[in-house]
Design a protein around this ligand. Structure first.
Ligand code: COA
Length: 154
């Protein structure tokens, strides 16, 4: 399906933080890469990140673990694509993945002059896709209040 993408790879010794686990900035990079792959596959053009939100690290990711990033479209506007990203990891010896984080990344498709261009509409069909679309709309509403509050310092 061109609404989602899953990437799997090993966390490497160079991904380490001072505590011996994977650096949070590296996880954010993986999130951005997975979300970009999903968004650009959908709009079939270059796109840029306009918003990242809600990152909460539930569990550390250890070095030498298998990391899985799952990115999927949950909403499209005229030029924007809202992508949910879940990051999982597991010891190579384990059967099950553990969820490490979930967040939302919004991309905007742009032309050669970096101007927003229209994207094709995502029409949710399954019960889960419809629930996720409603979740995206709810988050957009909530963000308006957050952005209003943050205006004083931006
Ligand atoms: C993204 C960018 C092209 C948007 O340009 P703009 O002139 O502000 O465009 P618009 O106001 O028309 O908004 C374009 C879309 O972004 C969305 N958007 C703008 N601000 C947003 C925010 N805070 N959160 C979510 N979406 C947002 C708008 O809702 C709109 O989506 P829609 O067309 O689906 O309704 C411009 O802000 C930009 O270039 N930002 C820098 C991007 C960047 O460098 N990213 C990091 C590296 S890739």
């Amino acid at each position: 399906m061109d609404t989602e993408i899953t990437l799997q790879f090993l966390s490497e010794p160079t991904d380490i933080n001072y505590g011996g686990n994977v650096h949070g900035g590296m996880v954010m990079k993986w999130i951005d890469q997975a979300a970009y792959a999903c968004a650009s596959q959908w709009c079939q053009s270059y796109c840029v990140t306009v918003y990242v939100g809600g990152i909460r690290f539930y569990e550390p990711i250890h070095i030498g673990f298998i990391v899985k990033t799952h990115a999927y479209i949950i909403y499209t506007g005229s030029t924007s694509m809202h992508i949910a990203v879940d990051v999982y990891s597991k010891n190579v010896k384990d059967a099950e993945f553990v969820k490490n984080t979930h967040c939302i990344v919004v991309f905007v498709a742009v032309d050669a002059d970096s101007k927003p261009i229209p994207v094709r509409a995502f029409a949710p069909t399954t019960e889960r896709q419809i629930a996720l679309r409603n979740y995206a709309v709810k988050l957009m509403e909530l963000r308006k209040g957050v952005e209003e509050e943050m205006k004083q310092f931006t």
